[in-house]
Design a binder for this molecule. Sequence first.
Ligand code: AMP
Length: 214
Amino acid sequence: MKAILLGPPGGGKGTQAKKLVKKYGIPQISTGEIFRNAVKAGTEMGLKAKQYMDRGDLVPDDVVVGIVEERLREDDCREGFLLDGFPRTIPQADALAVMLEKTGRKIDHVISLEVEREELIKRLSGRRVCRNCGEEFHVMFKRPKVDMVCDLCGGEVYQRKDDNEESVKNRLVEYEKQTAPLIDYYAGRSLLRSVQGVGGFDEVFERILKSLGE
Ligand code: AMP
């Protein structure tokens, strides 16, 4: 399966992506995670991306497209992959179509998670993440068993710098302006599978599977 997981920040892409890649045995390509790892490693690309990420702005298209193109060339992506957080603009979507065409591949499904703005703000401002494995927690809905310690791997649970109030607002504005138009873009290509993203993790996952015809 070659699929895209589309949705607003805080829409639950990360959580659902992890469930999908486990079920289908395909790699998850999360551009946000690639950037966070590059920031942690202090690479040149990481330093460049950090300026944009901290403000809640999008990293320039040419940087993101180059990274995804390189990743999609790797062997484990030959049979399938799940793109999580890419594309986020129309030029990125066009670039993706071109890079896949070069290798005779195309996207099968675009899963679009739909969540209202109020809910997104609530989710993002209380979100906490494991610095080590990326598992997500929430100060109200999903607290770690031991304060600030990941239930899964024992890593440090922290608040992402771009989950502060100002960056969250900016990310939502950027989403509406740059990413939401992709919904019509993929609907026009008969690839869109719209899924209501509010509810329990398993409930939303069941809806996704149903939208894929499972
Ligand atoms: P995410 O973890 O998907 O919320 O991404 C975190 C941040 O990484 C975003 O707010 C952007 O600054 C940057 N980023 C991730 N994916 C992209 C993308 N496809 N295009 C531009 N910027 C991105």
